[in-house]
Design a protein around this ligand. Structure first.
Ligand SMILES: Nc1nc2c(ncn2[C@@H]2O[C@H](COP(=O)(O)OP(=O)(O)OP(=O)(O)O)[C@@H](O)[C@H]2O)c(=O)[nH]1
Ligand SMILES: [Mg+2]
Ligand SMILES: [Zn+2]
Length: 355
């Protein structure tokens, strides 16, 4: 297998040279199992671990390898492969880690496009789509909205859903598919380009793995019925996996996401809620929160129906979360810094007490 098949290109070649990695084997991480990584290279697939040094110097989750990463390897033998370095990423898709203070969870890296997948029968939520859009926009990844299981509802209902969706989100392509009847597959396949990486996002049970298997024409991933009792997915996929299609597209299947916590630090909300941002330029106060101020153009636009009210409410909720996340990151950094200072101080005392 050639590295180009997995998306290797001139940009990555340049990075390899810039970082003096000519002597190393280059590979891409295709899955991760508790700090062991399966890496694909021109010599085949290897089970790899990170060097002690990489582990020692890693400060945050972002310093560890993730699925999608390009890495420099030393292959000693088929049982002993070491990841020496993670090449700089061209994109990282991440969300707020559940229950952990100020932490990110990396979903995947070096992604070109995201497929935001929702099943039309029970999973459909525009608020949640806006969350996914924000995490895509934060990472500069172009999103597609994929509505699945359209075989389960009538055409009339589907058209209504799409119309409601487009009223709120009009700049993102929407593709409606059924993995059962293959309706919409032609359009979807046309969107999958050779050498580009697509990340599949969505709740458990929406049909991510079924789509991967059908496109690959192989049972690569396990799939399971949605529980008839709770109508929820069963979290069948438990690890991320990068899969190469015959047409050259590269898909990353992910476990279903329960909470789409946003970590926006780079204008993801601004892009997702473009209309709100356009109106906010005309607010009377520069630091307008668009909630209670007199002379707020956003509130006015909501009142006359120029901004969708549900979208506005969702924006305010996400904005609060973003501020909370930023504050928790700042607090965490401060704690780490104070801790670092304390360690330094003790080292100094220890040193001086020697004499
Ligand atoms: N009717 C219908 N069923 C589908 C469709 N796509 C998937 N399914 C079924 O939905 C169930 C869940 O599909 P999966 O592919 O396992 O869902 P997933 O998104 O990978 O779920 P997790 O791995 O848990 O995140 C399976 O029983 C599939 O057969 C579809 O388009 N129509
Ligand atoms: Mg799955
Ligand atoms: Zn305002």
């Amino acid at each position: 297998m050639k590295l180009e098949d997995f998306g290797y290109n001139d940009k990555i070649e340049k990075l390899k040279i810039e970082h003096h990695l000519e002597g190393f084997e280059i590979g891409r991480i295709i899955s991760e199992h508790k700090e062991r990584y399966v890496v694909t290279t021109e010599k085949g697939e290897f089970d790899a671990e990170i060097t002690g040094n990489l582990r020692y110097t890693a400060n945050t989750r972002e310093d560890f390898p993730a699925v999608g990463d390009w890495v420099a390897l030393i292959i000693y033998d088929s049982y002993n492969t070491i990841i020496h370095k993670v090449l700089p990423r061209n994109s990282i898709i991440s969300r707020k880690a559940v229950g952990r203070f100020g932490d990110l969870q990396i979903i995947a890296t070096n992604i070109d496009y995201a497929f935001i997948m929702q099943a039309v029968d029970r999973d459909f939520s525009i608020n949640r789509i806006e969350r996914y859009l924000t995490i895509c926009h934060t990472s500069n990844i172009q999103p597609f909205i994929i509505l699945t299981k359209i075989d389960l509802i009538s055409e009339v209902l589907l058209n209504e859903l799409i119309a409601t969706l487009k009223k709120r989100i009009n700049k993102v392509p929407v593709i409606a598919i059924s993995n059962t009847s293959k309706q919409g597959y032609k359009e979807l396949k046309e969107g999958i380009v050779k050498g580009k990486t697509y990340c599949l996002l969505g709740s458990s049970g929406v049909g991510k793995s079924t789509l991967v298997n059908t496109l690959a024409n192989k049972e690569l991933m396990d799939t399971k019925n949605v529980s008839s009792f709770s109508k929820r997915g069963k979290h069948t996929t438990t690890h991320r996996e990068l899969i190469l299609l015959d047409n050259g597209g590269i898909l990353i299947d992910n476990p279903g996401i329960r909470e789409v916590g946003i970590t926006d630090t780079s204008h993801g909300l601004e892009k997702t809620f473009e209309t709100i941002f356009e109106h906010s330029k005309h607010c009377k106060f520069k630091d307008c929160t668009h909630t209670i101020e007199i002379g707020c153009s956003v509130i006015e636009a909501v009142e006359i129906g120029k901004i969708d009210e549900s979208s506005y409410n969702n924006y305010l909720k996400m904005k609060k979360e973003e501020e909370h996340f930023e504050a928790s990151i700042a607090e965490k950094r401060k704690k780490e810094k104070d801790f670092g200072k304390m360690v330094k101080h003790f080292k100094k005392i220890k040193k001086s007490s020697k004499y």
